[in-house]
Design a protein around this ligand. Structure first.
Ligand SMILES: [Zn+2]
Length: 279
């Protein structure tokens, strides 16, 4: 699933292709992709609107349209946006097509069909419950410590909770905890102040470096994510810097011992038991 670095990279790649473009025509072939409003209203309202603003909240892309609406997109498991030349054919996985006034087309492809789009006047109706952005001043060490205090849930589960810090998913939660040398199953409330500080620093550092490398692409042909460049897309580069994620049995880059896998918060979790001791 695309996480903060992949969504941020997608948005930056799309912006020069969409900025000031007007939607000339719209076509939706999988109705449930449109979360709100009803399909007829979505089609009627989106046509004629121009892309003027590009922001991200957590794993959501927010396109501000000139007509006063916001087009919000969540890629979920396998969603991908791409801008392609006008004659590029839609395939079986293209569920939304927006024809632009320059003749290009914005495709939303999503083999697993969990991705969603909203067209709303007020973005907070969709993203209002999210916690702080990780680079926001409000996401301080003290604020993180306060959110973790007294919590019995594993620290890994709370890193995945979008109300704590918006945008972290399974890849970066594992990498953050390895960098901070914290066992993923430790209860969040048990972290000492120095440990909370290490988690906070690792979140900001890792996500920034992942954005610089264009995010993480995993899994070969059926990848979780490709950057929206050209019809085929291109891979990100941060997967080459993963220390533990999906490296079960391989040597830990820090101590050389084998990386292990366990299930925490119902999610596959990768860690080094030597560098991230439980006690
Ligand atoms: Zn190790």
């Amino acid at each position: 699933m695309p996480e903060l670095p992949e969504v941020e990279t997608s948005l930056r790649d799309l912006e020069p292709l969409l900025r000031e473009r007007t939607v000339a025509a719209a076509q939706v072939t999988w109705q449930r992709t449109i979360a709100t409003p009803m399909l007829d209203e979505f089609l009627a309202r989106i046509v004629g609107q121009r892309f003027v603003g590009f922001t991200r909240r957590g794993k959501y892309m927010i396109f501000q349209m000139e007509g006063g609406d916001y087009l919000i997109v969540h890629l979920r498991m396998t969603g991908r946006l791409s801008v392609e030349a006008g004659d590029a054919a839609a395939d079986a996985h293209t569920h939304v097509l927006l024809t632009l006034d320059d003749g290009n087309t914005l495709h939303f492809r999503d083999p697993r069909k969990f991705g969603r789009m909203w067209l709303v006047q007020n973005p907070s109706t969709v993203v209002g419950a999210l916690g702080p952005e990780v680079w926001d001043r409000s996401f301080s060490v003290a604020a993180l410590a306060k959110m973790l205090a007294g919590r019995k849930a594993p620290i890994k589960a709370l890193l995945l909770d979008q109300r704590i810090a918006a945008g972290i998913g399974n890849i970066y939660a594992d990498e953050v905890l390895f960098a901070a040398r914290i066992h993923p199953a430790r209860s969040a409330g048990s972290l000492r102040p120095a440990e909370v500080k290490r988690v906070h620093a690792a979140i900001r550092d890792l996500l920034a470096r992942a954005v610089e490398r264009g995010g993480s692409s995993l899994g070969g042909a059926s990848t979780n994510y490709r950057r929206p460049v050209g019809s085929e897309g291109i891979t990100g580069g941060f997967q080459d810097e993963h220390q533990v994620f999906r490296r079960t049995g391989q040597p830990c880059p820090r101590c050389g011992g084998p990386i292990e896998r366990m299930v925490v918060a119902q999610r596959s979790t990768h860690f080094c038991p030597h560098c991230q001791p439980y006690a």
